[in-house]
Every structure is written in C-alpha cells, then in structure tokens.
Ligand binder design. Structure first.
Ligand SMILES: Cc1ncc(COP(=O)(O)O)c(C=O)c1O
Length: 420
C-alpha cells in the first residue's frame, strides 16, 4: 500500500481566514532575530514552508525514496505515483486543459529558458523581434537577450508609466509583423504591478503572436487560470508558493509544445535511441530529461494542497488588506516615497527614503528583527526607469499580520532616528 496516499500533516479547511492559526503551520516564523520576534517580509524572494511541505518531504525520504518511471519495484511505483499525482494537482491549480501540458522544471527561470531555447530557437530568426516590458525580472530579460544575440533578432521593450503600469497602447504599437513572441510578467516583483494579461494576450493573439507569462509572483497570490488568460506559456516557482526550492512548473499549450524540439537530451525524454536516430518521448516527458527533482516535486504537491485548502481567494483578500494598510501607513511617513503605485497591485511595497541608502534601511530593520530585501530585486531596468539605485522592499505572504506592518512602520521610524 502506498504510504504516500496520506499527507502527514493535515490542514483543516478554514471557514474564515485565521492568520494566527495559519502562522502555527510555519515553524520558522516562531523565532527571535537580534532578540526581537522575526517579522518576515521577504516573501517575494522566497516564502517560508508549512509543516505540510516539510513533513511530506521528510516522509518521502524516510519511506518512499526511489527513482521514478523506470522501475517495477514497489518503491519506484510509489514514487512515480506520487510524482505524477503532483502533475495533475498542478494542472488543476493552473486550470490547464491536460496534465501533459505541465512540465516540471527547476523554477520560473528554467521555464523561461526552456521556451526561449526550444520555441525561440525554432521560431525566431534574423531581423525578428521579441517583445517584453520594462518591468521584467532579469529572468524574463536575459534568456531573450541570449536568444536575440544568437539569432540576430531584436529585443523590444514596452514602456511603463510613473506609477509602474504598462502602457498598453505603446505595447500594442510595438506588436508588429516581426514580433515572434511576447514575454510578460503577471505581477512585478519590484513594483507589485499586476499586468492586464488577458488584454495583452488578446492583442498579441490578434496578430498570431504567442505569449509567455512569468507567473512567479502571481501564482502564490491569486487564482491563475491559464485557459481563461489564454496565454501560451506560464512559468511558476515552487519556492515562491510555500513549496521547496529547485522545483517549478512550465505550462505550455499542447499545440505549441508538440512542435517544439527538446530543451535537454538524456534519460526519460526518449522513446528509443540508436546511434543513428533518437525518437523523443511524448509530452510532457520530452521536456524532462534525466532524473527529476522527485522529492521537491512531491513537496510542491503538498504546497499546492495547502494553498487550495486555505483558498487563493482568501489569501488574495488577506494580502490585499495588508497591502492597503501598509501603504496607508508607510506613505505618510515623512521622507518616504513608495515606488510602484499601480492601481492594480499586490503583495509588494517598495520604497525609498531621502538620503538614506536602502542597504542601511535593510540593516537597521534587520536589527529590529524585520526581514526586507534591499537592492535592485533582479530588475535593474526598473531601477533605471525610476532613476534610483535600489529600493527597500517589504513583500507580504499569507502569514503576515497587521501587527507586523506596525512593526515595519516602527522600524522605518527607527531608521530615520538612527540615520538622523
Ligand atoms: C517576477 C519574477 N520572475 C522570475 C523570478 C525567478 O524565479 P526563480 O529564481 O525561482 O527561477 C522571480 C524571482 O524573484 C521573480 O520575482
């Protein structure tokens, strides 16, 4: 009997979102840093893991560890079953039409590189264009630059306004007969902007241009429905959605995935091999060469289950309330300026303080037990757009509280005090 059928740690569905109960699921939160209770506000970089995830991975290594797909023995069958169950869970999570459209990758970065190297190398040629936006994370810029460099193609960038919103008319103007693919973030990690993906896809599809969406920050914060968005590719990272590092998902439409060459060669991605010719495996295995990250895939399954049980709608509501509260408090602190004030926004509060370097803000806040990120957030062009070297960024997760926002505000006052 499969011992993987049950998740060791059971989450009880909440009728109303109870943040104090949720916090009990996250052991790491219950510690002091520099003698102060930890206030973890670096969720856009990575999220903490609930017991459900930690115990599922522990359970897998204690009871079921084995290589998948190739074995007839019991452990291998158990591991394979658990691994493939996560594919179906991920399919439902994103509302993909078929589980073969779910490809396990290391994370968003690898998902985007896969599309750039497989779809891109086949379809982008000399003089062609790839269109991105001015608010992309480096992982949705550099893979396209590499492709354009190799092919003699051009990277075009749709501009944003001073609030950090995509200028849709400009975006549409940049869609031309040479545009081969559009790659756009769903939720900006540096600004918190939520992009109008449905509209972007509609504009691109009207010209037969496929759209890849970087969903790294959106997947943990809102219900994603790839069929409703009608995007062609959607990439997510497990570690940003309360799951393990080193595992993510690339969704792709069957019609496109079928035409794409493999990204990497090796075991599992083949149907047959001779020295003369290799026949590739069917989807999705064609894109999963070598032994995958089995344990963390299974851990991701536990994270998806955890999010489903809490409910993305509830999580979205909770984080929206927190962000509104944090914004109203932080924007009234003298000398503080919020960077990224889009009307559609979630999860992220980036700010600068006159004359104080974000690195100093981060260090002083850390002394107060408050973890925020400071720097360019892997979005240097965003910093250039706003003419700043860096920001301090508080990013919220499902376990953050209003009391933690109050601690952040007190911490920012402390920064002012210390820095004079
Ligand atoms: C918007 C966005 N895209 C892509 C990534 C890259 O994700 P990963 O490092 O998990 O591949 C990140 C990570 O910060 C991100 O915030």
């Amino acid at each position: 009997m499969s011992t993987l059928a049950k998740t060791p740690h059971q989450v009880h569905p909440a009728r109303t979102f109870d943040v104090e109960r949720v916090r009990r699921d996250f052991p790491v939160l219950h510690q002091k840093v520099h003698g102060k209770p930890l206030v973890y506000l670096d969720n856009a970089a990575t999220t903490q893991k609930p017991l459900a995830v930690i115990e599922t991975i522990d359970h897998y290594y204690r009871h079921d560890n084995s290589n998948i797909h190739r074995g007839v023995h019991t452990l291998s069958e158990r591991a394979t079953e658990a691994y493939e169950k996560v594919r179906v869970a991920a399919q439902k999570f994103l509302n993909a039409a078929d589980s073969k459209e779910i490809i396990f990758v290391r994370g968003t970065t690898e998902g985007i590189n896969l599309v750039a190297q497989s779809y891109g190398r086949k379809n982008v040629g000399s003089g062609d264009e790839v269109l991105i936006t001015a608010m992309e994370h480096h992982s949705n810029i550099v893979p396209w630059q590499l492709l354009c460099g190799e092919k003699g193609a051009k990277l075009r960038v749709a501009p944003i306004n001073d609030r950090g919103e995509l200028l849709l008319e400009e975006f549409e103007r940049l869609l031309g007969p040479k545009t081969r693919i559009v790659a756009v973030g769903h939720l900006s990690n540096a600004l918190g902007t939520i992009n109008p993906i449905r509209e972007v896809v509609r504009m691109a599809h009207a010209r037969n241009i496929p759209v890849l969406v970087d969903g790294a920050q959106a997947a943990p914060r809102m219900k994603v429905d790839v069929q409703e968005l009608d995007c062609d590719f959607y990439a997510i990272s497990g570690h940003k959605m309360y799951g393990p590092t080193g595992i993510g998902v690339l969704y792709g439409k069957t019609r496109l995935l079928e035409t794409m060459p493999p990204y990497q060669g090796g075991g599992d991605m083949i149907a047959s091999v001779t020295f003369e010719k290799t026949v590739y495996n069917r989807l999705p295995y064609k894109f999963e060469a070598g032994t995958p990250n089995i344990a963390d895939t299974i851990g991701l399954g536990a994270a998806i289950e955890y999010l489903n049980e809490l409910g993305l709608d509830e999580i979205e509501k909770h984080e929206a309330e927190l962000l509104a509260y944090a914004t109203s408090r932080v924007e009234t602190i003298p000398g503080v300026r919020i960077v990224g004030t889009a009307r559609e926004k979630a999860g992220v509060l980036s700010f600068v303080m006159d004359d104080i370097h974000p690195h100093d803000i981060g260090t002083i806040l850390d002394n107060e037990g408050i973890a925020v990120r400071t720097g360019h957030h892997c979005a240097q062009p965003v910093m250039q757009r706003f003419n700043i070297p860096a920001t301090a960024r508080a990013s919220f997760g499902l376990y953050n509280t209003r009391a933690e926002v109050d601690a952040l505000v007190a911490g920012i006052h402390k920064v002012r005090e210390v820095m004079g």
